[in-house]
Design a protein around this ligand. Structure first.
Ligand code: NAP
Length: 493
C-alpha cells in the first residue's frame, strides 16, 4: 500500500487544471452549463476539454458509448465532470457510465447527502449529514452472467480482498479528511459469508489502523431500516456495490431527492464527478431542472483538487440562495412555482462571496486516496488442499433418479456423491423439506482416494458424468489453511 499525495493532475502552462467535461444526455447539458458558469464566476482555475459519450455516441454505432478521443482525454486529464448518460433502447449492451467507471478503475463511489435549508422533507431539522461509500467495480456489477439452462440464469458475485481493502481504507481516509468520527460497514455477511464476509473482515482489520474513528458493522437490511428511522446516527457508510446502489438512492430521498445528490467516482488514477440522477428526458431543454446535484459534484471535484476555498465559496453561495428561499427549483416547490434553472444559477452567482446565516459548510482536509499495487495480488495460505468437486447438471429428473444415474456413472471412480442441491437447498438425500425443483442441480462429489484428487481425477469424473448427463459448470472444492473454501447447501450436514 502506498499513499497518494499528488493526484496526477494535468496543469496547463498558466497553472490552471485541465479537466474533461462530458455534458451528457437529456438534462445533462443544462446542468453542466449551469455548473460551468458558476465555476467561471467563482474564478475556479480550470480549463475544460469537452468530450462526448452516451446516446449520440451509441447512435454513431460505437457500441461502448465512449469514443476513443474521450478515453484519450480522460487518460490525459485524469479528472472528469460529466452529465448523465443514456443507453438508448436497441443500442449497446453495456452502460457508458459503467464502462467509464470500470475502464479507469474508479473503485470508490462517494455519495454525500445533507439537509439543505428550505428543502422540506419529513427529516427536516434532524441534521442528516452522511456519506455512502459504495464499492464501484466489483460485486454483481461485474456483469459476468450466463444462462445455465434455458430457464436458469446466473450472475457472478465476485468480491476480492484487494477491492475490499481499497474501499474500506478509502472510507476511513474520507472520515479523516472530513473530520467525521464514525464509519459503519453494511454487509450481508450473515448470509454470504465469503463474498460479503470479505468486506466485513477486511473492514474490521483496517479499522485498527484508524483508532480515532469508531468502526461498526451493520447488517445491510438493518442499515436500510435504521437509515429511514434514525439517519442522523450515520456519518460514513461503506458497503458493497449493489447494496450501495440501493442505499444511496434511499439516502438521496432523505434530503430532498435526486436534484441534490452529487457523487464522485474515485480511483488511484482517475476521478469522475457526476450527479446521481439520470438524464430525466421529460425535462430536457425546458430550463426547469435543478442543477444542484451536478454543481455539488463539481464542488466535490474542487475539494479533490484541493481547491478548498473555491469549493467553500460556491457551497456558501448555494446555501445563501437556499436560505433566502426566493429562487427554488420546481422539484422543491412545484413546477408551477419553481425558478428557472437559469434564474437559480444567476442567483447562486449573485451570492458568491456571501456567507450563509445558519447553515455551515464543513471543513475539509486533503484526502489520501489509497493505492494498492496494480499488479495481480495473490493471498497465499500456508496450506491448501483439493477435496472434491461441485458439478452443476441440467436434468429434468427427480433427485432420486438423478442420484441413481450419477452413482451408476461414477461407480468405478474414487468419488462419493455427497448430496444434490437445487437452488442452494439439499434435495438428495431427502431432508424432509419441501423444495420446488428446476432442471438445475448441483452434485457435490467428495474424493475418497488417498491424498488429494488430481486434475486427471476430476476430468475422469466429468468424463464419466458426460456419458449420461449434461453438465454446464464446475467448481473445485478446496480448503485453505484447513478451512473449507466452500459453503454447505441449506440442509446439508
Ligand atoms: P432520472 O433521469 O434520474 O429521473 C428520475 C426522476 O428524478 C425525474 O423524472 C425527476 O422526478 C427526478 N429528477 C432527476 N434529476 C432531476 C433534476 N436534476 N432536477 C429535478 N428533478 C430531477 O432517472 P430515470 O428516468 O430512471 O433515467 C433516465 C435515463 O438516465 C436512463 O436512460 C438511465 O439509464 C439514465 N441514467 C444515467 C445515470 C448516469 O449517467 N449516471 C444515472 C441514472 C440514470 P419527477 O419525475 O418526480 O419530477
Amino acid at each position: 500500500m502506498s499513499e497518494q499525495g499528488d493526484k496526477h493532475i494535468h496543469r496547463t502552462a498558466d497553472g490552471r487544471i485541465l479537466i474533461t467535461v462530458i455534458p451528457g444526455d437529456g438534462i445533462g447539458p443544462e446542468c453542466v452549463e449551469a455548473t460551468l458558469s458558476i465555476l467561471e464566476a467563482a474564478k475556479a482555475p480550470l480549463v475544460y476539454e469537452r468530450r462526448e459519450a452516451g446516446a449520440s455516441v451509441f447512435r454513431k454505432g460505437i457500441e461502448s458509448g465512449v469514443p476513443e478521443d474521450t478515453i484519450e482525454s480522460v487518460r490525459r486529464t485524469r479528472v472528469v465532470l460529466k452529465g448523465p448518460l443514456e443507453t438508448p433502447v436497441g443500442f449497446g449492451e453495456k452502460s457508458a457510465n459503467v464502462t467509464l467507471r470500470k475502464l479507469f478503475e474508479t473503485y470508490a463511489n462517494v455519495r454525500p447527502v445533507r439537509e439543505w435549508p428550505n428543502v422540506r422533507t419529513p427529516y427536516s431539522g434532524r441534521g442528516v449529514d452522511l456519506v455512502v461509500v459504495r464499492e464501484n467495480v466489483e460485486d454483481l456489477y461485474g456483469g459476468v452472467e450466463h444462462m445455465q439452462t434455458p430457464g436458469v440464469a446466473q450472475t457472478l458475485k465476485l468480491i476480492t480482498r484487494k477491492g475490499s481493502e481499497k474501499i474500506a481504507r478509502f472510507a476511513f481516509e474520507l472520515a479523516r479528511a472530513e473530520g467525521r468520527k464514525r464509519v459503519h460497514c453494511a454487509t450481508k455477511a450473515n448470509i454470504m459469508k465469503f463474498t460479503e464476509g470479505t468486506l466485513k473482515r477486511v473492514f474490521e482489520e483496517v479499522a485498527r489502523e484508524y483508532p480515532e474513528v469508531e468502526a461498526q458493522h451493520i447488517i445491510v437490511d438493518n442499515a436500510a431500516h435504521q437509515l429511514v428511522k434514525k439517519p442522523e446516527q450515520f456519518e460514513v457508510l461503506v458497503t458493497t456495490n449493489m447494496n450501495g446502489d440501493i442505499l444511496s438512492d434511499l439516502t438521496s430521498g432523505l434530503i430532498g431527492g435526486l436534484g441534490f445528490a452529487p457523487s464522485a467516482n474515485i480511483g488511484a488514477e482517475v476521478a469522475i464527478f457526476e450527479a446521481v440522477h439520470g438524464s430525466a428526458p421529460k425535462y430536457a431543454g425546458k430550463d426547469v431542472i435543478n442543477p444542484t446535484a451536478v454543481l455539488l459534484s463539481a464542488v466535490m471535484m474542487l475539494r479533490y483538487l484541493e481547491l478548498f476555498e473555491t469549493a467553500e465559496r460556491i457551497e456558501n453561495a448555494l446555501l445563501c440562495v437556499l436560505e433566502e428561499g426566493k429562487y427554488l427549483t420546481g422539484d422543491v416547490v412545484g413546477y408551477d412555482r419553481g425558478a428557472k434553472t437559469s434564474e437559480y444559477t444567476r442567483a447562486i452567482i449573485g451570492k458568491l462571496g456571501e456567507r450563509p446565516k445558519s447553515a455551515i459548510a464543513r471543513q475539509y482536509r486533503p484526502i489520501r486516496v489509497p493505492v494498492l499495487s496494480p499488479d495481480p495480488v495473490a493471498v497465499r495460505p500456508s496450506s491448501r488442499r483439493q477435496v472434491g468437486l461441485d458439478v452443476f447438471i441440467e436434468s429434468g429428473n427427480t433427485p432420486e433418479i438423478l442420484a441413481a444415474h450419477i452413482q451408476n456413472a461414477i461407480a468405478a471412480l474414487p468419488f462419493r456423491l455427497k448430496m444434490l442441491s437445487c437452488r442452494g437447498t439439499q434435495v438428495w438425500p431427502a431432508t424432509g423439506g419441501i423444495t420446488d425443483l428446476v432442471d438445475h442441480y448441483r452434485a457435490r462429489f467428495l474424493y475418497t482416494g488417498t491424498g488429494e484428487p488430481s486434475d486427471a481425477d476430476f476430468l475422469a469424473l466429468l468424463g464419466a458424468l458426460s456419458t449420461e448427463l449434461r453438465w454446464m459448470h464446475v467448481e473445485k472444492l478446496q480448503e485453505f489453511d484447513g478451512a473449507p473454501g466452500f459453503t454447505k447447501a441449506q440442509g446439508e450436514n
